[in-house]
Design a protein around this ligand. Structure first.
Ligand code: NI
Length: 130
């Protein structure tokens, strides 16, 4: 599967954005609020790699524990899937645990995404790409 982006949990998108600009990244779009996941999201790219900066917007969000444990850090890699329902099911059969079922991601133009966990490789995300 092709890598779509690397997801970074960050305490501040604005602070992280400046650091990634020093590394040659530029914003792909505006920061988007994801009301369901209670985070704000900004995608950046350097043409070789895309990164997703994820900042808490309200408490009780999925990155709170990561920020608390390790601070700002990468925590998931997102892979492109041509059939997300099927790929999620196959991975689940192979022992991956579903963190969140297939649902729309506002920051990705409402494409379907899902999150899975493997004790051997950590958190992955799938995004439906036609
Ligand atoms: Ni992501």
């Amino acid at each position: 599967m092709k890598v779509h982006h690397v997801g970074y949990a960050v305490k501040s998108i604005e602070d992280a954005r400046k650091e990634f600009e020093l590394l040659g990244f530029r914003c792909e779009s505006e920061t988007v609020l994801d009301n369901v996941r209670k985070v704000r999201i900004l995608f950046m790219t350097n043409d070789t790699c895309r990164i997703e900066l994820i900042e808490p917007n309200e408490s009780d969000n999925p990155i709170e524990s990561i920020l608390k444990k390790v601070g700002s850090s990468p925590y998931h890699i997102c892979y492109e899937s041509e059939d997300i329902e099927n790929d999620a099911r196959l991975l689940k059969e192979k022992g991956f645990r579903v963190i969140s079922d297939v649902s729309e991601a506002p920051a990705l133009g409402n494409k379907n995404v899902c999150f899975l966990y493997s004790k051997d490789i950590g958190i992955i995300e799938l995004v439906q790409e036609y």
